[in-house]
Structure formats: structure tokens, C-alpha cells
Write a protein that binds this ligand. Structure first.
Ligand SMILES: [Zn+2]
Length: 371
């Protein structure tokens, strides 16, 4: 087409300049970025939610904000009954409206010491996949809490997991891992970089590793996860919470370069991105643009049977708006995770669409009524 235009006989830079000035005059150049109003128009997926409610109130309210979810059950409660309840409600939400949530399950560890644990787990997952589960979540209790009958702490690179991971891969499902914790977890409270980490570890001293020097170090947690991925290179892996490398976009970049099947999601770690962009905004923008195909949006919102769904929706709505402002505009904003204001990244529209939707559709095919 271009060769037939008058521009063909002019130098390319001149033509680009003329085009740009025309675009600016027509207002089209402003469409590089989404506006705050666009928040209500753009379809979005939050890949890290825990909706364990009987009612559809939360998910229905989120339709106003055009949010769909990956809804994860986690095997995190000491009571198996509680964990099964989470699974029941995750499937309840899914079956009530398959267009809105995609269920992720977790496997029991109670029978770990039995010789057929792997086989039992594969059968359990097979049923879950047939019921519509799109992935399997492993949680930080592996590596930080769960022990075998001899008291040995079980790490994620334990070979006993590998036939289970091979099955997940064979069925074209996804492994999602919250493994390890933010680096702050190994620091004294006063040295932590974000307020949410300070309050979480203050309230959960059993997970505050600075108080438990006998437990594996931060580096050992990361190394176990990386050994597991190196042994299972074909597994699609969503590394939750910025792969527990939230403190450095350079480290996340190295992780994504090393493991081409891995994705990272930002849930509960946007404060860590903001901590970094406050110091070097360009570095974080360059990272988000370079890895635009590998990053997923998520929040870690939780709704259970006892929560007030309307109140949680309102809080989540505020969080979604703050994040939208941060990723899409160059405005200054205050966030609860930091004690100082930060400037938004003003990422291009195409990058935001990938992070907020396109990458999730690719990572979880056949979800949300995709066929
Ligand atoms: Zn979570």
C-alpha cells in the first residue's frame, strides 16, 4: 500500500514525522495508552483469586469491571475437610457460570508416606481435570511446612512429585506455584520494603523465616524450584507472586530467560514493582515491555463463605483501579504498600492487553468459554 502513496517519494523519516503530526492533531496519538475510563471497557482476567463463596455475588459484581478469574483452591488448611470445601466452592462457581471463572485445584499431601501416593494423586487430578480444572496449584507449605513421617521437610524438587507433574503436562494443564516467599520474609520486620509484607509477617510469625534460621534459606527455596523446572522443562508453569523474585526485575528476567515455558504473575507483589519503579522507573518499564508475553495480572483476592462479598468487591475494585492507574498512566498515586507516592508506568495499550487478558487466554486455553 505504502508504495502507492505520495509518501513513497519522500524520505521515510519525513513521512513518519508528517504522519505523527497528523495523528497528534487528530487526537489519535493519545490512543497509545488506555485511559482510566477504559478500565470499564477493556475485558480483563485476574489470574489469582480465591473465591470460596456459596453465592455468585462477588463474581457478578466483578462483571461491571469486566473481570474474569482463575479461581484457585489451595491445600493450605490443616483440616482436609476445609480444603475439600474450597474445592467444592471453586467448582460451584465454575458450574454456575463457566464464562467467568476457570478452576484450579490442589492435591492432598495427607497420604504422602503411602507407597501409592503418586498414583492416588494422579487419579485425583484426572477426576478434577474431567470436571473442568485448568491447572494445579502448589503452595509454600511445600518447602516451608510439610514434613514426611521421618520429619524430613519436603521440597518441590522431591522426585516423588515428578510423575504427578508429568501427568499435568500430558493433560496439557498448568502447574501454578507459590513457592518460597518474598525475600522480605528472611529480613527483620524493620528492614522489609513494603507495608503489606511487614504486616503479613508480623501477623504470621510461623512463616517469618528470619525467626526460623533452622529452615531453608531464601536461596535454597528458589534453587529447589529451579531444579524442579529444569527437570520438567515441558511443563507450563505459572510462577505466582513474581516467582518470589519480586525484589528485582533483573532476576525475574533471568528466570524467564532460563525457563521458556514459565510465566510470572504479579498478585500481591505490585508494591514490589512500585518499590523498584520509584527508584528506577525506566528499568521497570523496559522489563514489562520486553517480557510483555510472559506476565499475567492477578491480585490474590479472597472471598469465603463468611465474607461480605459486597465489601470485598469494593476493596478489590479500588485495588483494580489503583493497578490500572499504575500500569496505564503516568500519574502519581498513593498505594497502601508504600509510604510514599509513586508514578505510573504508562505502558502501551498492546502491552497492557497482553498482561491483562491475551496471555491468560493463551496460558489457559479452553477457559472462560473459549471453546
Ligand atoms: Zn493466593
Amino acid at each position: 500500500m505504502l508504495s502507492n502513496t505520495p509518501c513513497a517519494s519522500f524520505p521515510r523519516s519525513f513521512c513518519v514525522g508528517v504522519l505523527l503530526s497528523l495523528l497528534v492533531k487528530s487526537g489519535l496519538a493519545q490512543t497509545q495508552n488506555f485511559s482510566m475510563e477504559d478500565f470499564y471497557r477493556v475485558e480483563k482476567i485476574d489470574v489469582h483469586a480465591h473465591v470460596y463463596a456459596e453465592t455468585l455475588d462477588f463474581v457478578s459484581l466483578a462483571k461491571r469491571d469486566r473481570f474474569r478469574f482463575v479461581n484457585m483452591a489451595v491445600w493450605s488448611d490443616p483440616s482436609p475437610r476445609e480444603n475439600l470445601e474450597k474445592h467444592r466452592t471453586v467448582f460451584l462457581q465454575f458450574n454456575a457460570d463457566r464464562d467467568r471463572t476457570a478452576p484450579v485445584v490442589a492435591f492432598p499431601l495427607e497420604n504422602w508416606d503411602k507407597p501409592d501416593w503418586s498414583q492416588q494423586t494422579i487419579e485425583y487430578l484426572d477426576k478434577a481435570f474431567k470436571a473442568g480444572a485448568v491447572g494445579v496449584k502448589v503452595w509454600k507449605n511445600i518447602g516451608m511446612e510439610f514434613r514426611d513421617k521421618d520429619g524430613k521437610l519436603i521440597m518441590i524438587d522431591d522426585p516423588k512429585f515428578y510423575s504427578v507433574f508429568a501427568f499435568i503436562k500430558k493433560k496439557k494443564k498448568v502447574l501454578l506455584g507459590h513457592l518460597g516467599e518474598p525475600k522480605n520474609c528472611w529480613l527483620p520486620i524493620k528492614d522489609m520494603t513494603t507495608t503489606n509484607d511487614r504486616s503479613y509477617f508480623q501477623e504470621n510469625p510461623k512463616y517469618h523465616m528470619a525467626l526460623h534460621p533452622e529452615m531453608p534459606s531464601y536461596e535454597q527455596q528458589i534453587a529447589a524450584r529451579d531444579r524442579m523446572l529444569a527437570k520438567n522443562p515441558e511443563l507450563v508453569f505459572v510462577a505466582c507472586h513474581l516467582a518470589s523474585l519480586e525484589w528485582s526485575v533483573d532476576e525475574i528476567a533471568k528466570f524467564l530467560d532460563r525457563f521458556p515455558k514459565a510465566m510470572v504473575e504479579v498478585a500481591a507483589r505490585t508494591g514490589q514493582l512500585q518499590f523498584q519503579s520509584h527508584r528506577d522507573r525506566k528499568r521497570v518499564i523496559d522489563f514489562m515491555v520486553k517480557y510483555q508475553d510472559r506476565i499475567l495480572y492477578g491480585t490474590d483476592t479472597g472471598v469465603d463463605g463468611n465474607s461480605n462479598a459486597v465489601r470485598i468487591y469494593q476493596q478489590t475494585h479500588e485495588k483494580w483501579l489503583r493497578d490500572w492507574k499504575y500500569f496505564n498512566t503516568d500519574q502519581t498515586l498513593s498505594v497502601p504498600e508504600l509510604d510514599y507516592p509513586i508514578q505510573g508506568l504508562a505502558l502501551p495499550k498492546e502491552v497492557v492487553e497482553k498482561i491483562y487478558r491475551v496471555n491468560a487466554l493463551r496460558t489457559f486455553p479452553n477457559s472462560w468459554g473459549q471453546g
